[in-house]
Design a protein around this ligand. Structure first.
Ligand code: CAA
Length: 379
């Protein structure tokens, strides 16, 4: 066992850190306040190879490992979690599944432009009445021979408005429950596909979250990934990897808040000395450091298992459960350390606190992670 990063991994982490400081930090408060999607910044992330990090270079990706992905996600999320969710969904929820299960033709058409960052991908599983209970899909993909007729509504879809390539999960054979679900590749502009309203959110406000409506959308059979009925398994496997990305996002939100708090505590004086000299603050900083270090190790372990081709479903659920709790706890304490300044936008920690909450909800709530973990340990 080694805890040492390779030179390449360090270079990726440093490049992400530099990008976040130089490109994402300017304007991050305004983008959050006015819900402005970071178009230019996401384009540059694509040019740097951060939108298809683990995809084989022959399909337009960067051919990096999952550890590098975790390192980059942490750095980007320290500054701008709205940008990092876009990055995470593109990498883990779109590119991964198309590369793993798509045909050569599907990879050329759907993966290459998304891995290069020329187009954005989205993953549409959640519905108004099917969030945690993901097998209860109401969106229907009726088998019409050479095509599917897609009808239904998806909710809370990240990259919903700016994506052009969508992975859509839908029910074809309701009598088979989850074994009757399919996964289809759907393109923006297909007749009957409408992007619905943009959500006005508590956090990650600059990210692009929409509902999607499908009314008699004709999706060619060749757009189905895998065999008939493979859709639910596909979604679950995709989310196993997605949760590593969100765990790393939560880690980044926590470590961003911690770094700001550490710096502030050395500058702010109270009762005649820097507040970092007060034990009340020292204990908070120590607790933050411990949970962040543990969260980082859990993220890296899940990433390592995936890179080794080993089972990572439990490890990714543990990493997400723990890192998202760490993000919440750390950001709340970061606001407390900053006092009145923590409650206003200029000091960033109130945004990080709002951003942290979603990491306990999307890609499986903390309750769902506990279900995944419990089922694995009781197998
Ligand atoms: N990995 C692989 N396969 C899995 C799996 C996993 N983690 N979890 C379940 N499966 C498989 C099971 O093995 C089973 O397959 P078989 O029938 O072949 O054995 C099948 O899926 C059905 O599983 P269950 O019987 O366990 O189904 P369930 O209904 O009892 O529970 C669940 C399933 C784990 C609760 C699942 O519904 C779930 O994960 N829900 C959460 C959904 C979620 O994470 N949504 C996030 C939306 S995406 C998002 O947020 C993206 C974004 O925009 C950022």
């Amino acid at each position: 066992m080694t805890f040492q990063l390779s030179e390449e991994q360090i270079a990726v982490r440093d490049a992400a850190r530099e990008f976040a400081q130089n490109e994402l930090l300017p304007g991050v408060i305004e983008r959050d306040e006015h819900q402005i999607f970071p178009h230019e910044q996401i384009k540059k992330l694509g040019e740097l190879g951060f939108l298809g990090m683990m995809v084989d270079p022959k399909y337009g990706g960067s051919g990096m490992d999952t550890i590098s992905y975790v390192l980059a996600m942490e750095e980007i999320s320290k500054i701008d979690a709205s940008a990092s969710v876009c990055m995470s969904v593109n990498n883990s929820l779109f590119c991964w599944g198309v590369e793993k299960y798509g045909t050569e033709e599907q990879k050329q058409k759907w993966l290459v432009p998304v891995a290069k960052g020329e187009k954005l991908g989205a993953f549409a599983l959640s519905e108004p009445e099917a969030g945690s209970d993901a097998t209860s899909q109401k969106t229907v993909a009726e088998d019409k021979g050479d095509h599917y007729l897609l009808n239904g509504t998806k909710n809370w879809i990240t990259n919903g408005g700016n994506a052009s390539h969508y992975i859509v999960i839908a029910q074809t054979h309701p009598e088979l429950t989850h074994k009757g679900i399919n996964v289809l590749l759907v393109e923006k502009g297909m007749p009957g596909f409408v992007v619905g309203k943009k959500e006005n959110k508590l956090g990650i406000r600059a990210s692009d979250t929409h509902s999607l409506m499908f009314q008699d959308v004709k999706v060619p059979k060749e757009n189905r990934i895998g065999a008939d009925g493979f859709g639910f398994k596909f979604a679950m496997e995709t989310l196993n990897g997605g949760r590593i990305g969100i765990a790393a996002q939560a880690l980044g939100i926590a470590s961003g808040a911690y770094e700001l708090s550490l710096q502030y505590s050395k500058e702010r004086k109270a009762f005649g000395k820097e507040i970092s000299q007060h034990q009340a603050i020292q204990f908070k900083l120590a607790d933050m450091e411990v949970s962040i270090e543990a969260a980082r190790l859990l993220c890296l372990k899940a990433a390592w298992l995936k890179d080794q081709g080993l089972d990572y479903a439990k490890a990714s659920a543990i990493a997400k459960l723990y890192a998202s709790q760490t993000a919440m706890d750390t950001t709340i304490e970061a606001v407390q350390i900053h006092g009145g300044y923590g409650y206003v936008k200029e000091f960033h920690v109130e945004r990080l606190m709002r951003d942290a909450k979603i990491t306990q909800i999307y890609e499986g709530t903390s309750e769902i992670q506990r279900i995944v973990i419990a089922r694995e340990i009781l197998k």
